[in-house]
Design a protein around this ligand. Structure first.
Ligand code: BGC
Length: 487
């Protein structure tokens, strides 16, 4: 449906008459789908609090503590890689339901773990689930969203990630007194159960997936219930056309029928989307966000402020992250993706450079804190949500799930690499200098985005594809170039 609610490929804008009732219904579905994002955030946040207590229960050394945190990232990289195939074979709805079931299983293993080995096994299972969720949610959201509000519905993913992080910090705070780390993990079963229930009883299958799998009639009746009969016919016709064009490109490219999936991602016509997806996935992490999110209390302590209550500081960071994401959700369909991500990267570059300078020169502690807050706010208002929005939008429908899967896997791998490298690099070259490395990466990302990332707001899949190819200096297959219109 992503490209469904707009008129002819050459024209802009959504159909004006989608009833508010339909928009409300789609928004409810989107919130349910984004529970997958909540699980992602919850798991990111809960482990820091739980670790404080389980390390003494299980007598964990520092390597073991680090592995309890990082095996989740490895599991997530694997989970997101497999998610594309899963979402294509089972459909988006069943794939997401399965994510919920696996999360419940992982939660049970971790909650009742009797020792380090079981704990690690449970964290890997949770990682598989969270990784698969993070790759499936943007695709599913993109395919149920009308063009006019697609940005807003896609940024719900990041909103739920940040809500999940904040809720986890609050859960940590609530259970900190008794040190009941098992209860901290167990709370994750609630959103996971809700996700399974939504997949079973609330969510519709993605119309795009139904049409691609020969069930156009079912897709049509679902769309007709929301948008009316005539509109439904037009949407289905265009989606079918788009899928046929995509398949023709696929066959021409591979020279044989049916070659698809991961191999298709390497086809020349998909390459611009792949380059943009993978680069944004890497820089979203290599810009250093999680070192600030995970190490904020330590950084605060080093500035000389009292950091005795580290969980309390985490809650403040989580709140800023959430507030700015709410702002992003509200403006993304008006301001557009490109300006948001460019402003975000510019402010991140300057603030993390100043943060580094503060460390190198031993600047005033309140100023240091201010730079950190500005950096997090800039990420949350742009690069954070807009990355997840774009990977749901830029890939052609036939490889959307696979494209989102590999981009998400790169995001998790880069997350893992930065978490591993941060402390050793900071020891070797200095903490301030490490922040300068992040500043340099953000600056390069700014240059990349201004050159290669097109605006996707208000555009259907075909227009986005054309705009991407224009940016890479080559016309899209089968379309006349529309430089002025699409850039
Ligand atoms: C990133 C996560 C990060 C979170 C912070 C997400 O977009 O992918 O790695 O922890 O934002 O809000």
């Amino acid at each position: 449906m992503a490209q469904g609610f707009s008129r002819e490929p050459g024209t802009r804008g959504p159909l004006p008459d989608l009833p508010p009732r339909a928009i409300r219904k789609i928004t409810l579905w989107a919130v349910a789908i984004a529970l997958g994002g909540f699980l992602f955030g919850f798991d990111t946040g809960v482990v820091s609090g739980a670790l404080l207590y389980l390390k003494s229960d299980f007598h964990l050394n520092s390597f073991e503590q680090g592995s309890v945190v990082s095996v989740l990232l490895v599991g997530a990289a694997v989970g997101s890689t497999c998610a594309g195939t899963l979402a294509d074979r089972l459909g988006r709805r069943r794939a997401l339901g399965l994510v919920g079931v696996v999360f419940l299983l992982g939660t049970a293993v971790v909650t009742f773990a009797g020792g380090y080995g079981t704990l690690i096994a449970g964290r890997v299972v949770l990682g598989l689930s969270v990784g698969a969720a993070s790759a499936t949610v943007p695709v599913y959201l993109s395919e149920i969203s009308p063009t006019a509000v697609r940005g807003r519905l896609l940024t719900l993913n990041q909103l739920m990630i940040t809500v999940g992080i904040l809720v986890a910090y609050l859960v940590n705070l609530a259970f900190a007194g008794g040190g009941t780390w098992r209860a901290m993990f167990a709370v994750g079963a609630i959103p996971a159960a809700l996700l399974v229930a939504a997949a079973l009883w609330l969510l519709p299958e993605s119309p795009q997936w139904l049409i691609a799998h020969g069930r156009a009639e079912r897709a049509r009746s679902g769309i007709a219930a929301l948008a009316g009969e005539d509109t439904a016919d037009e949407i289905v016709r265009r989606a079918q056309q788009r899928i046929e064009d995509d398949r023709a490109a696929q066959e021409a490219d591979s020279g044989r029928k049916g070659a698809g999936g991961a191999r298709r991602l390497l086809a020349p016509d998909v390459r611009p989307a792949l380059i943009v997806g993978l680069t944004l996935a890497a820089v979203q992490q290599l810009g250093g966000i999680n070192t600030i999110i995970y190490y904020a209390p330590t950084i605060i302590q080093q500035t000389g402020l009292n950091a005795s209550n580290s969980i309390f500081y985490s809650v403040c960071i989580g709140a800023i992250n959430l507030i700015m994401t709410v702002v992003a959700v509200r403006v993304v369909d008006r301001a557009g993706r490109r300006p948001m991500i460019l402003v975000s990267l510019a402010v991140m570059t300057v603030s993390v450079f100043l943060l580094g300078l503060a460390f190198v020169t031993g600047m005033n502690s309140l100023l240091t804190l201010l730079f950190m807050v500005v950096y997090i706010a800039a990420f949350a208002g742009g690069l954070g949500p807009v990355f997840w929005t774009l990977i749901g939008e830029i890939f052609p429908p036939s490889v959307r799930a696979e494209g989102s899967g590999v981009s998400t896997a790169v995001n998790w791998i880069a997350n893992f690499a930065v978490s591993l490298a941060f402390l050793p690099v900071a020891d070797a070259v200095g903490q301030g200098e490490t922040f300068w490395i992040f500043a340099a990466i953000c600056a390069l990302a700014f240059v990349f985005v201004s050159a290669y990332v097109p605006e996707t707001r208000g555009r259907d899949a075909e227009q986005i594809d054309r705009a991407l190819h224009e940016r890479f200096g080559r016309p899209a297959a089968g379309g006349e170039t529309e430089r002025a219109k699409t850039r």
